[in-house]
Design a protein around this ligand. Sequence first.
Ligand SMILES: [Zn+2]
Length: 343
Amino acid sequence: MNFEINESEVTITKACPCCQSDSNTLISQCENPQLVTFLATSICNNCGHVFRSKVPSEDWFNHAFQLRHEEQQKVGFNPLNPEIEKQRYDRYHAIGQFLSTRFGLKTNTLLDVGCGPGTGLDAFVDLGFEVEGVDPDESRARFAIEKGHIIHMGEFRTFSTEQKFDFITLIHSLEHFQNPEFFLKKALEHAHKDTLFYVEVPEVLDHVLDWNDSLYLAHISNFNPVSLENLASRCGWDLIEQVNPYLKTDLHKGHLAMVFKPRSSSVTEVAKSVDQDQIEEIVFRYYQGVPEGKTDAPITIKVKEVNDISLGYKGIKDIKKDVHDNYANRSISKTGENAYYVS
Ligand SMILES: [Zn+2]
């Protein structure tokens, strides 16, 4: 599939979504064959948050998802990969077990935002939680409904219930949202004063290995511990602690996981900063692997076409389990000063 993008379909973000600083440095920009900059990546000079300062709009994505869905239905594509679902079950099981042990609670109500096909909910139910899920993607959420879970199908913004949940989980979802602030504020509406809010996202230095992330349309945000705390704090959540539920498992441990509670005082939190060294380290990653070595200027990457709404450009048809394996079949060549072509 070839996804076209016009200038008018690109959303521009100027201030850091986490700390609202308007001092940011451009890392890279990607152009389609029509020379539209459809994706630009910047880093906040205050909290080190990496965000897309230009990205196709939500409407563009929704339309592209619909096109992809129709295409997949035509070929009878099954969105569930048993291996990925097994991994999802194990991860949620580790999270549920960790939360129960660490916070010493028994039967609890839990809302999972972005529950997908409900495999993670199975793990929470097996641990004794009373769960509900919310997910906008009907093609995946219907599997959860078929299994008997209570699922609110649709956008989180339209989700409404009187119930306040003991736990709210947001697991590998926040990095995909164009308006992460909205989700954290909305979650607060479904919390009581003792609710624990578990947020897990990829950690920037674990996830970003080289220039490839500059093309990764699926992630709008790359968080570090300070930027995630800044964002949550601005939305009314106080950090209880940064946790790692996977320590006693053989699952990959390089994620950023934090537990928050609703703020009880009316004190306004001040945004935290990271060291300049840390910002440089993150930027350095984005220039790894480009031909003729690293540059310290913003780079421009032109792509042959935008044929994948997650990877931006992919050279092969089949999708590998690990996102980094999907990068393998494309090549980058130098076309000028800080300018590259990916095909
Ligand atoms: Zn910031």
